[in-house]
Design a protein around this ligand. Sequence first.
Ligand SMILES: [Zn+2]
Length: 349
Amino acid sequence: MTKFFSVLICFLTLIGANAQTESQRAFRDALPDSRTNMSVALEDGQGNKSMLPIVILKGAEPGPTFTWLAGVHGSEYAPIIATQQLLDEIDPGQLKGTLVILPLLNDGAFYGREAYINPVDGVNLNNAFPGDANGSITQRIAHSVTENIIPVSDFFLDIHCGDAPEDLLPFVCYYVDENRPQQTGLAKRLSDGSGFEYSVACPFNIDYEEPAKYAFKQAAQDGKTALSIESGRLGLVEKEAVDLVKTGVYNMLDLMGMYAEGSGPHPELKLLADQIYIDSTVQGIFYSDLKAGDRVLEGQEVGYTTDAFGRRLETYHAPKAGTVLYMLATPPINVEDTVMCISTKTLKN
Ligand SMILES: [Zn+2]
């Protein structure tokens, strides 16, 4: 029988220091086989507010701490809905270790129905890490995760999907940091065993002092085993994408010996690497006949942009052959938009 603890802790802070104390204390003091619901209130110097929900599921038996986030981007609904279902399904009585779950990290972007930025301050949370205790509200959300959540985590999973304008091939990805073979090896094991067909290796291409920008890159920089799931697209809540997120989380927990609900690796697992990006240099109306998952050839035309008079402004070609991981799939296009991400290398299993 699960003891159910629901603790609502609300406190306003201008500097985030109290939030750090309270959420870390809740993590430390959680009893075995319990659930703690916290709401951490943040406020910036302009009076902009954010409410950060945190769920701590403490297992009946000790073990590692596995953290996941949903909703870094406010219109990525499949990860958010999958997290709601997982919160309902997971029984702390069957769990070894602790789950720290942030089910809706960016409330301003979610309720404001914005794809990339938090409309409250115009900042992209996925560009804001490590954050700033004295910055705008989005920078304070990032800072709160960096200071309070990452330090207590052994494993850190940031769940995303294609944004509202993007089509996406579902995949799991992790950073390859040659200075940290243990974390890299474990992240690869979890990614390859996640049940996703595509496991993607990304180079850890910054030094340890540079701003990490992304949540799971911050966790990797801080020495954690960090991964990202990408499943879902175009602002939709598709059952297949939601189920795949859940499959990934359950398989990772099973591989860590934390929760025995895994279904095993995908039978046709493919390991991808060497991603390249095609960027727009113009604003206009975008066209492409492709979809995520398509194979493209080197030099192939993959799309084009016109102005409002229908005149072609820019044509996009694949610099190398590969698989389209994600792409813009709606007509508006702006300068510096990523038109397409192509994975150009398939590794041997
Ligand atoms: Zn995202």
